[in-house]
Design a protein. Structure first.
Length: 232
């Protein structure tokens, strides 16, 4: 399918198509592309695909979204995402990575796939000297500010994860806050978690560019997912 108003660079590496859009992509167009590509992957007529992009400012509702967590419904457009999870924000300065993989070629294990996504984000952040961490009972990747036992320590979310899997082909994926407007998160309770905040690489003093984050994502991906693929 053809996407409007965006230039996409495409490379094929290790039989995976990498797409990078140079301007924000309309959310409905992204969903339509993922649906179409996932069907082609299942049919064996197109390669697996990783799409790196930004969206215009918007909120998405996952399948577990609670309407009371949409604090300001008139602030930005709200889309039903069809992925797991609750409300999240997408906008400029945030790198979204949509992941369309055939788990039958890798490991048909949903939990392991989500863990691989988490590891992918953690390894990517580590390239910028940021220690991203999992938290039991909390989706996404978190950054701690302060010593573990310090009562003043805070934890903020730097990356979100939301996936959908149909007939073992994945879509949706991850988002990493590089330099978004963090005030835009105030219109929702991000992922249903009100007691912690959000952060970004720039908020942490890491002035990384989106192309630098893209390079880190690409190199980290093969350390995580190709090990998985080579097991099968």
């Amino acid at each position: 399918m053809t996407l409007k108003n965006t230039t996409i660079s495409i490379t094929l590496t290790n039989e995976i198509e990498w797409r990078i859009s140079d301007s924000p992509v309309v959310y409905s167009q992204a969903i339509a592309f993922m649906e179409d590509r996932a069907a082609q992957i299942r049919a064996g007529t197109a390669p697996e695909c990783i799409w790196l992009l930004e969206h215009p400012p918007l909120y998405t509702a996952g399948t577990s979204a609670d309407p009371t967590e949409l604090v300001d419904p008139d602030r930005f457009p709200v889309y039903e995402a069809g992925r797991g999870g609750r409300y999240t924000y997408h906008g400029p300065g945030q790198r979204v990575a949509y992941v369309m993989l055939d788990l039958k070629k890798r490991d048909p294990d949903v939990r392991k796939f989500v863990q691989n996504l988490e590891d992918w984000v953690i390894h990517t952040l580590a390239q910028f000297t940021v220690n991203g961490e999992r938290r039991e009972g909390r989706v996404g990747i978190w950054v701690r500010n302060g010593a573990p036992n310090n009562p003043l320590t805070t934890e903020n979310k730097i990356a979100a994860i939301g996936v959908r899997i149909r007939k073992w082909v994945t879509f949706h994926g991850i988002s990493i806050n590089v330099d978004p407007n963090l005030s835009h998160f105030e219109g929702i309770v991000p992922c249903g978690i009100s007691e912690h905040g959000v952060t970004s690489l720039w908020d942490l003093g890491i002035t990384a560019s989106l192309p630098e984050v893209d390079n880190a994502l690409k190199s980290s991906f093969y350390k995580i997912f190709e090990d998985d693929s080579n097991d099968h």
